[in-house]
Design a protein around this ligand. Structure first.
Ligand code: FE
Ligand code: FE
Ligand code: FE
Length: 166
């Protein structure tokens, strides 16, 4: 077997995040349906639209790499989303549901931030500046989403979560 290179790591990483983004689209739809707060629903819906654009960007990345757009199972995102699903089930009737959903969404964003940060650095290292720019655009959306969620948590959702159900 040929020795694997940074280029191979990079390609695998793009496939990993392509798999993850498509899972995230399905999860955001579910989480938006599950959220009680209109603000949280709106935040999920906004990021759902962005995420659809991010998948398109990854398709462009595959085109620039001259590779077919193909995902590679990401056990990390499967696990993070499974935790979110558990919260939805276990806190269904709780005032703390939204706080839990929001936290689950932030875990997703943090995974994406870690991955896109690395992939952007690798793309630059490999001299793929056009690809790096696409990854950077998505990284910025993930970072902004994470910050918006923190604000929403601290301004509203966490305090609501402390109330007892009527
Ligand atoms: Fe994303
Ligand atoms: Fe992964
Ligand atoms: Fe995201």
């Amino acid at each position: 077997m040929p020795i694997k290179t940074l280029e191979d790591l990079f390609t695998d990483g793009v496939k990993d995040i392509y798999y993850a983004e498509r899972k995230i689209i399905a999860a955001l739809k579910k989480m938006s349906r599950g959220a009680k707060s209109q603000d949280l629903k709106a935040a999920f819906d906004k990021h759902l639209q962005e995420t659809e654009g991010q998948v398109e960007r990854l398709v462009q990345v595959f085109e620039l790499l001259g590779k077919p757009a193909r995902g590679k199972t990401c056990p990390a995102i499967d696990g993070i989303l499974e935790e979110g699903q558990e919260i939805m089930e276990e806190f269904k009737d709780s005032e703390a549901l939204d706080a839990g959903l929001l936290a689950a969404a932030q875990a997703v964003e943090h995974y994406e931030i870690a991955r896109y940060g690395t992939l952007k650095s690798w793309a630059m290292q490999l001299g793929k500046n056009d690809v790096a720019q696409l990854l950077e655009a998505t990284l910025l959306e993930e970072t902004n989403t994470d910050q918006a969620l923190t604000q929403l948590a601290e301004a509203k959702v966490n305090a609501k979560g402390k109330q007892k159900a009527a």
